[in-house]
Ligand binder design. Structure first.
Ligand code: ADP
Ligand code: ZN
Length: 743
């Protein structure tokens, strides 16, 4: 047998080897093997068995070893790797490395321990004889006989104060057996995610949930590829729908993958999942970035062997080597966190859909604020739409109040952090011993120009994105088309002076709260606090226990949190996400508002939301206030259509960077001419322009944007063209297909 392998050795090439008879049974497509390359042994992944080599078979070298009892990739994953390689213009090797955890590639051994158990039960006479002849052996035998399951050898021996010689004698007599068992270091019940397992009987589905569960169940029963988009308002019980779908898959012998944007931020969801499935006897593998090597290998082995059939994790869990995949759930499918911002730059949701297609499985996408990409796929008939329009138990949707910060500024004649309305509401909550969460979205920088008097923001006339203020040369630039002009000294709309805007940070908000509520117990959660995972958990625990009155944090802390005593949510600065040079800025703002508001009023009392903004009339804010997703989507899709932006076309970002700005600019311009010549009408090119962050670590950055109808046709062509250009060593380039972060 001849195999075609992709080495994990720093280059992209299919190499051929022959497989010695002794390894033949173990080598399958997707197996990790060791192969010799120029006198050194390297790791490689088998892409094809029964391959035809381009040289005579006797010249081929043999595969020298196989790493695991199970292939690292199932056949659908091998197909998926090929697709990612071509769709995302990523090297095959980097794709495989993203798919196969390092612990698995390293082939770290599972830790195994010896266990003892009684093999043959003695008759009373035999027992008497043994007790007389060998009392120590009898004692060990008696102990083991009382156990229900095999016990760890080392533990028994030390506990009884006896030795391996005694145990071995019993084994020799055929009375006791010894077996090697893998020790599960995670034991699947990884405590890190909060240690919580929420158990209890599943709730009775309400009518809407019942209809959605049935619709998904029908697809699962059909055993054909289908994508469902579940649009359910916050608190409508989407998780329950996911759980029922997973239950059905487990009951019929299949496997399920459950993706969340970030495991560390969804402890409650994970606890509910584990509670439900572990109490039903199904091991649940939790897949997150804080796992140790051994833990990861154990979880991976449990999935690859079919011992565990459900995995919960962030985007890379989409590559879990589960057997008989029937369902992939993508919770909060709109989350940009699903997109990986390093090579391979894949989007976890899109990969999930593609994998489901290859596996003939069902993909269930869910969100309170679906991405416009997914929503457009509903319109074109690719996805089925399911809706949950009401909160569970008739809880009311929170009431959203918009504060016009232009008026606040006028009143107090200075920059205001917390409006009167917000402060009043916070006082009330404090008196009533209810809790408040304040969100401050730090994703945006202070780079747009926003008039604090009239709320005017300078937009590029050609691109429908905010222009970016460059302090260095006092200019406004469009980061899409490069259009540039001097920064105005006064507001172009109302002539107010000093329109430069400085953003707020979490610390500044904390100071402001301390001033107005000196007796309140505050806690701040941002990237600094979140880097310490115990601190993160502790704060959430304290908040739940009512030891904190006001929690201040970035929007990241809002994910999936369900605190019944939170009756007030404040969004300190809605504008930060709105006026960034990104055509998705409105969509992000709408999502942010709705998601943040969804944290309020989860308990028995209704919730209130206060949103502070300088642009209260903006679509994103008005539609969020009315909780009108359909209205927002229709308005925003019309804008996207007008400018022919995603989801109507694909967008590809091409970054060039290096130490010499002239050289980069020269090469980028030269390159663009070649693309124009080769691809002509297939793409619309914008740029090259300096990237929004023009210089990083002494490297200058230029970018080119391509808009195209079909990325599958354009990307391979760009890669082919790249291969034909002689690039200088000090110009690095990065292609990002369907980028999520434009700023
Ligand atoms: P979502 O994900 O849509 O925001 P969740 O799934 O977190 O909503 O559900 C909100 C709360 O309602 C959870 O505490 C959940 O246990 C509960 N819940 C879900 N479905 C039901 C139901 N049918 N009856 C009662 N409670 C439910
Ligand atoms: Zn422009």
């Amino acid at each position: 047998m001849i195999v075609g392998v992709q080495p994990l050795a720093g280059f992209d090439k299919l190499l051929h080897y022959k497989v010695p008879d002794a390894l033949r049974a173990a080598v399958r497509p997707g197996s990790l093997v060791r192969v010799p390359i120029v006198n050194r042994s390297h790791l490689a992944l088998v892409l094809e068995t029964n391959a035809i080599a381009d040289c005579p078979p006797e010249k081929l070298k043999p595969v020298s070893g196989v790493l695991h009892a199970f292939p690292a990739l199932t056949p659908d994953l091998i197909e998926l790797a090929r697709w990612m390689h071509s769709y995302y213009a990523a090297r095959m090797e980097s794709v495989l490395e993203a798919m196969i955890p390092a612990a698995v590639r390293d082939g770290a051994r599972l830790k195994s321990e010896k266990y003892l158990a009684v093999k043959r039960v003695l008759s009373p006479d035999e027992h008497l004889a043994l007790a007389r002849k060998a009392p120590k052996q009898a004692k060990l035998y008696d102990f083991l006989k009382q156990q229900f399951r095999p016990v760890k050898k080392s533990l028994v021996l030390s506990r009884l104060g006896t030795t391996a010689v005694v145990a071995n004698a019993l084994i020799k007599r055929g009375l006791v057996r010894e077996e090697a068992r893998h020790v599960e270091r995670v034991a699947y019940a990884d405590n890190w995610t909060g240690g919580e397992i929420v158990t209890g009987l599943p709730p009775k589905l309400n009518e809407e949930q019942g209809a959605v569960v049935k619709s998904v169940a029908d697809s699962l029963t059909r055993r054909k590829f289908a994508v469902h988009l579940l649009h359910g308002v916050t608190g409508s019980g989407k998780t329950e729908v996911y759980l029922r779908a997973v239950e059905q898959v487990l009951a019929t012998g299949g496997s399920a993958i459950y993706l969340v944007p970030e495991v560390a931020l969804t402890p409650q969801t994970v606890a509910r999942l584990r509670g439900r499935f572990e109490s039903a006897g199904h091991k649940t593998v939790v897949w997150h970035s804080h796992l140790g090597e051994g833990e990861r290998l154990d979880g991976w082995t449990a999935l690859a062997s079919g011992q565990a059939r459900v995995v919960v994790g962030a985007r890379s869990a989409v590559f879990a080597p589960v057997r008989d995949l029937r369902l992939i759930v993508v919770d909060e499918e709109h989350e940009p966190a699903y997109k990986q911002d390093e090579t391979p730059r894949y989007h976890g949701r899109d990969v999930a859909v593609y994998r489901a297609k290859l596996a003939g499985a069902v993909c269930l996408l869910g969100s309170a604020t679906p991405s416009l990409e997914s929503f457009a796929n509903v319109h074109s008939g690719k996805y089925q739409l399911n809706v949950l329009t009401k909160r569970v138990d008739d809880k009311k949707m929170p009431d959203i109040q918009i504060v016009d910060m232009r008026i606040e500024v006028m009143r107090s004649r200075e920059l205001v952090t917390l409006s009167r309305l917000l402060v009043d509401h916070m006082h009330q909550r404090f008196e009533r011993k209810e809790q408040t969460i304040l969100f401050i979205n730090r994703r945006g920088y202070s780079s747009s120009m926003l008039c604090r008097k009239c709320g005017h923001v300078e937009q590029c006339p050609h691109c429908s994105v905010a222009m970016t203020y460059h302090r260095a040369d006092e200019t406004l630039k469009c980061h899409l088309c490069g259009q540039e002009r001097g920064a105005p000294a006064v507001c172009p709309a109302c002539a107010a002076p000093d329109i430069r805007w400085r953003g707020l940070g979490t610390q500044r908000v904390e100071e402001a709260v301390r001033r107005v509520l000196p007796r309140a117990r505050l806690e701040r959660m941002d990237t600094d606090t979140m880097s310490k995972k115990h601190r993160f958990r502790q704060i959430l625990g304290d908040f739940r226990a009512g030891k904190i009155d006001v929690l201040i944090g970035t929007q990241m802390i809002g994910k999936g949190l369900d605190f019944p005593n939170v009756t007030l949510v404040g969004l300190v600065d809605a504008d930060l996400s709105m006026h960034v040079p990104d055509f998705r800025a409105n969509e992000r703002t709408f999502q942010l508002l709705v998601q943040v508001a969804g944290r309020a009023g989860r308990g028995d009392r209704a919730g209130e939301v206060v949103v502070q903004t300088f642009t209260p009339k903006a679509d994103a804010i008005q539609f969020a206030k009315k909780a009108d997703f359909d209205g927002f989507a229709a308005a925003e899709l019309a804008v996207r259509k007008k400018f022919n932006y995603p989801p109507y076309r694909h967008l590809i970002h091409h970054l060039f960077r290096g130490p010499n700005p002239e050289k980069i600019k020269f090469f980028a311009e030269h390159w663009v001419k070649q693309v124009e010549k080769a691809l002509g009408g297939a793409v619309e090119i914008r740029g090259p322009t300096p990237a929004p962050i023009e210089k990083v670590k002494d490297e200058y950055r230029y970018q080119v944007w391509y808009f195209c109808a079909r990325a599958t046709e354009v990307v391979p062509e760009l890669v082919r063209l790249q291969g034909g250009v002689k690039w200088p060593d000090d110009v690095t380039q990065v292609l990002d297909v369907d980028p999520m972060n434009l700023t």
